[in-house]
Design a protein around this ligand. Structure first.
Ligand SMILES: Cc1cc2nc3c(=O)[nH]c(=O)nc-3n(C[C@H](O)[C@H](O)[C@H](O)COP(=O)(O)OP(=O)(O)OC[C@H]3O[C@@H](n4cnc5c(N)ncnc54)[C@H](O)[C@@H]3O)c2cc1C
Ligand code: SF4
Length: 332
């Protein structure tokens, strides 16, 4: 690990000014991702600025929804009664991620900003455009089982690993940000980027911008919502594919839905085409499959030395169908 300075300023504005003024500075949340990267040499900041005590660790009622302070730990968020009753997909997404110990440390601000689990990104002996721009992509022609089938580029085919972020995308959450020039609000769906020719940039955040809170809008539909994650092990594993879904069905007809996919793209993937197919259609298995297939119309499977990731396409169709059956009480 490279030596670095550590600071814990007295307030968020000072933390933002400190990081913004130093291109080698980074924020530290729970540290469950960043500290791994320090040890692996994936990140080598000159200054680490601890923000865990500088943002709120409260979950408060806000405009009919909830405001979640950036310092709220993942375990506390998953256990909150309002979250479990009003946004069950969010509690389930959190509980599907990592382990109890990690969730006790991981924060609401840090979780969506965790970086890809692409094995080459974490192995500093291999070329990787995300870690080292212009060096190449070792995954193309390598191990691709966990990689993207939607929205990838010739520069990077990595997926985003956060489960929480998939639920926040489906729920149309909003990110409250404090930067060197003031505050701004970012729709959660616009927070993460597709790789294009800048895979080193995961999000639209500028250097020095601090997430202070995440807002959940009022969403009656979310009472009937869930999160389903398919992975190689039953726990302690990242998603091969995942689905966050909320559904409103009246007299056998879908009247509204919110759907996002994880494990398939560089960002949590809002499935707007699937939502369009579902709207005012019969709540049947055939509709659910048609919706998934519409969303996957532009999907591209990637070959690899491990057999590639083409299996994700039928897996995602089956997973969306199973999730929507769950929400209509038709689990098979
Ligand atoms: C073995 C293992 C298994 C895991 N399995 C899963 C899983 O199945 N699903 C899943 O979703 N996650 C999983 N994780 C990842 C874990 O959820 C993340 O490491 C954690 O959520 C990151 O939160 P943190 O607060 O510890 O972030 P940190 O590690 O502190 O920071 C992560 C990034 O966010 C930045 N940052 C932190 N706080 C802020 C802020 N307020 N504003 C701006 N930038 C900030 C940091 O600079 C850093 O770049 C796993 C991790 C491990 C080690
Ligand atoms: S897929 Fe992205 S993260 Fe993985 S090696 Fe290629 S450039 Fe790096």
């Amino acid at each position: 690990m490279e030596p670095f300075d550590y600071r814990r300023p007295g307030d968020a504005a000072t933390a933002v000014r400190t990081v913004a003024a130093d291109p080698s500075a980074v924020f530290l949340g729970g540290g469950t991702n960043l500290v791994d990267h320090l040890k692996l040499g994936v990140a080598s900041p000159g200054l680490v600025v601890d923000v865990t005590s500088l943002t709120s660790s409260e979950i408060s009622d806000h405009d009919g929804g909830l405001r979640i302070g950036a310092a709220v730990r993942n375990s506390d968020l998953a256990a909150d009664r309002r979250v479990r009753e009003r946004y069950p997909m969010l509690a389930r997404a959190l509980l599907a991620g990592a382990s109890g110990q990690l969730r006790n440390m991981a924060t609401t601000g840090g979780n969506p900003l965790q970086r890809t689990r692409c094995v080459y990104f974490q192995d500093v002996t291999t070329p990787c455009n995300k870690r080292s721009p212009g060096s190449g992509c070792s995954a193309i022609g390598g191990y691709t089982r966990y990689h993207a089938v939607l929205g990838a580029s010739p520069e990077c085919i990595a997926t985003h690993p956060s489960d929480l972020a998939v639920a926040l995308t489906a729920l149309d959450a909003e990110v409250q940000v404090l930067g060197p020039v003031g505050e701004r609000t970012i729709g959660f769906g616009e927070l993460h980027r597709l790789p294009g020719d800048r895979p080193d940039r995961d999000t639209v955040l500028e250097h020095g911008e601090l997430i202070t809170a995440i807002d959940l809008p009022e969403a009656p539909i979310a009472v009937n919502s869930t999160y389903r994650k398919v992975r190689d092990r039953a726990s302690y594993a990242f998603a091969l594919v995942s689905v966050a879904a909320a559904l409103r069905v009246e007299n056998g007809i879908v009247r509204d839905s919110r759907i996002a996919f994880g494990g398939v793209a560089h960002k949590p993937w809002r499935a707007t085409r699937a939502e369009e197919v579902l709207l005012d259609a019969p709540a049947t298995e055939a509709t659910y499959r048609q919706a998934a297939e519409a969303e996957l119309a532009d999907a591209v499977a990637v070959d690899g030395i491990d057999g590639g990731n083409g299996f994700k396409l039928p897996l995602l169709v089956n997973t969306l169908a199973a999730t929507l059956r769950d929400l209509t009480g038709e689990a098979k």
